[in-house]
Design a binder for this molecule. Structure first.
Ligand code: FAD
Ligand code: NAD
Length: 406
């Protein structure tokens, strides 16, 4: 019998952990496993806000794929997926084509822009190393430029974060730590710089524990972050942001809008003809497409409902990693000729969000609330645990966040 071809698209949390688990659990004689990714590296999406603010260098966040994968067991193809043809069981790449018997789609997320005018052209998003590095450089350029113009422009120093979800809050926390350093470096008084978080809902972090939301807002406000709550962003131009609050139109002069107000699945999956909801494909309990039983979908491209609440599970790294583990186990069954795939059951361990490197909030183990140093340390433990799973102790020592007191 021919060896089946397993093709994994995307080396994010989902794709990378599927590949690593298959590397451990099946032999090279059992299946041809190919991982396709745009870059030669995997990156920790959950650290990108630090790279974007400039509080952490992006080389700490990215990990060379060949340092983690054994390429004698897993083929790695560095290329960009351009099209998925599920009827033909093929994937088109910029530089070639692959056929599969089983496909794993782990192509991640992109910003949801909700058709807001000017966002695509003028706002920045935190969704890859490239986009995050651009934000860091854009902010630095504006600080550098500020003192080099006859009439200094306030829009260069007004940094606007769109959305106070976890991404917006975490990014604002990093900015609050970074801005004093930038001010010192570029001879700019701190009081001239504004960090403004604009949130449409009646609260920051809608749906999260109110006591911790209050803690987070107080902590960030103490570091100089301003909040516009109940303020819906309506338009972004090169030098301006327009929002509506209490039925009044307001504007902020800015040429830095970082849009962190929602995500959707990679648009390639919708373009391939999968039925999608905000770019996410509703999957069977064992994480397969309802239309194509040989296609597994994991991470931010997958839509899975929590039967207890009737609501979808949020797109998180935590879930993407667990889905990858389940998918690798089911693929092992598939190559052994078994068809009774196991359903995925998430094991949600909680949520911890940073407020800069020195503060955080979280709810773990069902209902234990954490804030301050203990939450910050817990966040590092979570990050380090992932590195240990991915590449063992050597990767942890190389890339881990080992300083718990900074
Ligand atoms: P991703 O990790 O996004 O990976 C997708 C991969 O596919 C990337 O490597 C990309 O380069 C590749 N790719 C994309 N398109 C193509 C293409 N056309 N061809 C080839 N390759 C392609 N979740 C948590 O649980 N905890 C957190 O603390 C947390 N913090 C976050 C902080 C930030 C700033 C952000 C933005 C998100 C955070 N999340 C967090 C959410 C989490 O990062 C995502 O849910 C997670 O990354 C999804 O994993 P994934 O494998 O689906 O996709
Ligand atoms: P999100 O959808 O969770 O939050 C987006 C926020 O933007 C919401 O509060 C929403 O009300 C607001 N918003 C939407 N449209 C707006 C508009 N026009 N004007 C102003 N505000 C607007 O998105 P996210 O924060 O990017 O998170 C995406 C996923 O990643 C979530 O599942 C989240 O849990 C996860 N994540 C987790 C962590 C963590 O666990 N530490 C960190 C970051 C992201």
């Amino acid at each position: 019998m021919n060896k089946p071809n397993i093709v994994i698209l995307g080396a994010g949390y989902g794709g990378m952990m599927t590949a690593v688990n298959l590397q451990k659990s099946i032999g090279a004689d059992d299946a041809n496993v190919t991982l396709v990714n745009k870059h030669s590296y995997h990156y920790q999406t959950t650290w990108l806000h630090e790279n974007a603010a400039g509080t952490l260098h992006h080389d700490k966040t990215r990990i060379a794929i060949k340092d983690v994968l054994d390429t004698t067991k897993i083929n790695f193809v560095q290329d960009t997926v351009t099209n998925i043809l599920p009827e033909e069981k093929k994937v088109q790449l910029e530089n070639g084509e692959l056929s599969y018997d089983y496909l794993v789609i782990g192509l991640g997320f992109e910003a949801a822009t909700f058709g807001i005018p000017g966002l695509l052209e003028h706002a920045y998003t935190i969704n890859s190393i490239n986009s995050s590095r651009l934000i860091r450089q854009h902010i630095e350029y504006n600080f550098a430029k500020y003192n080099n113009e006859a009439h200094p422009k306030e829009e260069r120093l007004n940094l606007v974060v769109g959305g106070a979800g976890f991404t917006g809050i975490e990014f604002a926390g990093e900015l609050a730590n970074r801005v004093p350093e930038l001010c010192k470096e570029y001879d700019i008084p701190r009081e001239k710089v504004r960090i403004i978080v604009v949130e449409a809902a009646p609260t920051a972090l809608p749906g999260f524990d109110p006591e911790l939301v209050e803690y987070a807002m107080n902590s960030l406000e103490a570091k100089g972050v301003e909040f516009k709550i109940g303020a819906m962003i309506k338009e972004v131009t090169e030098n301006n942001l327009v929002f509506e609050k209490d039925e009044q139109r307001e504007e902020i002069a800015t040429n830095t809008v970082v849009w962190a107000a929602g995500v959707r699945g990679n648009s390639l999956v919708e373009e391939a003809g999968f039925e999608a909801n905000r770019g996410r494909i509703e999957v069977t309990p064992d994480l397969r497409s309802k239309q194509y039983s040989d296609v597994f979908i994991i991470g931010d491209c997958a839509l899975l409902f929590n039967e207890e609440t009737g609501r979808p599970y949020p797109p998180t790294a935590q879930i993407a990693i667990q889905q990858a583990e389940q998918t690798a186990a089911n693929l092992k069954k598939a190559v052994q000729g078994e068809k009774d795939f196991e359903a995925f059951t998430p094991d949600l361990k909680g949520t911890v969000a940073s407020l800069g490197h020195d503060d955080a909030i979280g709810v773990v183990f069902d209902d234990k609330k954490l804030f301050g140093w203990s939450a910050s340390a817990m966040k590092k433990v979570i990050d380090n645990r992932y590195l240990l799973k991915l590449g063992g102790i050597s990767l942890l020592l190389k890339k881990g966040k080992l300083n718990f007191f900074k």
